[in-house]
Design a protein around this ligand. Structure first.
Ligand code: 3PG
Length: 409
């Protein structure tokens, strides 16, 4: 047998391989480029190692099963991911490791992954997921509607909690810390959680159920402690910036038996990884890994609207990555956030459907009449879209919405 990573005629057993789809930008032809990736990430290197036997290649070597245009599909044998310890870091070191730095490839993008049950079933995945979140909030069908407390940093705990209360009075189901706020001196986590929890209790006494996600992003060795601190002070939801913390931090939290509240996952820094169409890792791939690591809700984009760069086809893939079948893992809640305001809701919801958590920071706090009115306007926009009524028409009888549209449309 000779060692050749190209196996274009081979049908791979989807249970025997982790199959990756890459696009490649290179002077090399796509077959050679695919082979370079397969050898670098499995049994080879830049030259033929004399220690590589046919047997080792046969058992552990990756296979290039498609190579056409700028696309290649490569299957990595499941045994390359075996063992108890490697987990997501090791998966990434293979499927998204050295290949990104290879000099012979000007660009490589990991577009999608197909994970076999043997790998996925090692992970409990989301504990609450979309159904859990909907159950906690008593909102079985409509989108969840939320805000991010603004300004991003600077409000002291009590004023911060006033914002949350006002948002709740305006009808929002969710609010959250911003990705840059954790435990700074001007708004320490413990005090913030305690004030916010009091306000959420008050809202509940007044008949409105709402949850707030507290950002506990920190080093992995401190994250459980931070989670406990938040829970002791009444937190109903925790939040992790998954790419700055790392998948392991999220997983440590999600799999800890003391954490029984949903985990909201922010993707700060994703643009460095996802934005270049010729290089990096697509958001749907990140979404699948977050689902395995146990996130309950994840920012995946605003479906072509808002302030963040978006490729609509990838956003729809991310939605599917969270809501589609994945070897029995619970489904996650897609979160649309970033530059949203009431005027964008119909377009967004045309693509998202009702399974979405819609959030606006500036689009609530920037309302001419303040946070409560901004929250009402956002809720009204979502209600209008759910009922299929045009925003301008709905605004005739909903003053807050009208003022929001006047400002932003
Ligand atoms: C987020 O956490 O998604 C952003 O801070 C959103 O803020 P914005 O709604 O004001 O753009």
């Amino acid at each position: 047998m000779s060692i050749d990573y190209l196996a274009l005629d081979e049908e791979l057993d989807p249970e025997g391989y982790l199959i990756c789809q890459y696009t490649v930008k290179s002077d090399l032809d796509i077959e050679t480029a695919g082979k370079r990736i397969a050898e670098e990430e499995s049994t080879g290197t830049w030259t033929h190692p004399t220690t590589l036997s046919d047997e080792i290649f046969e058992r552990y070597g990756a296979k290039v099963v498609e190579a056409e245009g700028d696309r290649t599909r490569i299957g990595y044998p499941v045994i390359d991911f075996s063992g108890e310890i490697g987990e997501i870091p090791q998966i990434l070191s293979i499927i998204a490791g050295n290949l990104f730095g290879l000099d012979s490839l000007d660009g490589v993008r990991l577009v999608d992954i197909e994970l076999p049950s043997k790998i996925v079933n090692k992970y409990p995945g989301p504990q609450q997921g979309i159904e859990g979140l909907r159950g906690i909030l008593g909102r079985p069908e409509k989108p969840l509607v939320g805000t991010i407390v603004k300004p991003k940093i600077g409000l002291p705990p009590e004023e911060f909690s006033d914002y949350v209360y006002e948002a709740g009075k305006g009808g929002l189901t969710n609010s959250k810390d911003d990705e840059t706020l954790v435990d700074q001196d001007f708004c320490p986590l413990e005090e913030r959680v305690s004030y916010v929890s009091e306000k959420l209790d008050l809202l509940e006494e007044e008949g409105h159920k709402m949850i707030h996600a507290h950002n506990i992003s920190t080093s992995v060795h401190k994250i459980l402690e931070a989670g406990d601190l938040a829970l002791e002070n009444g937190a109903r939801q925790l939040m992790v910036d998954v790419l700055t913390v790392g998948f392991s931090g999220l997983q440590a939290l999600a799999e800890d038996p003391s954490i029984k509240v949903p985990i909201h996952v922010h993707r700060a820094m994703h643009g460095a990884i996802t934005k270049n169409p010729d290089h990096g890792i697509s958001m749907p791939v990140i979404a699948k890994l977050v689902r395995m690591a146990g996130g309950d809700a994840l920012h995946t984009g605003t479906y072509g609207t808002g302030k963040m760069h978006a490729d609509i086809s990838e956003e729809l893939m991310s939605k599917e990555a969270l809501l589609g079948e994945m070897h029995g893992l619970k489904r996650m809640m897609p979160v649309a956030s970033g530059g949203l305001h009431p005027g964008l809701i119909p377009e967004l919801m045309e693509n998202s459907g009702n399974d979405v958590q819609i959030q606006a920071g500036g689009g609530v706090s920037g309302h001419p009449d303040g946070v409560r009115a901004g929250a009402k306007a956002l809720s009204q926009a979502v209600d209008a879209a759910v009922k299929g009524i045009e925003l301008k028409e709905y605004a005739k009888e909903h003053l807050e919405l009208k003022k929001a549209l006047d400002k932003w449309m």
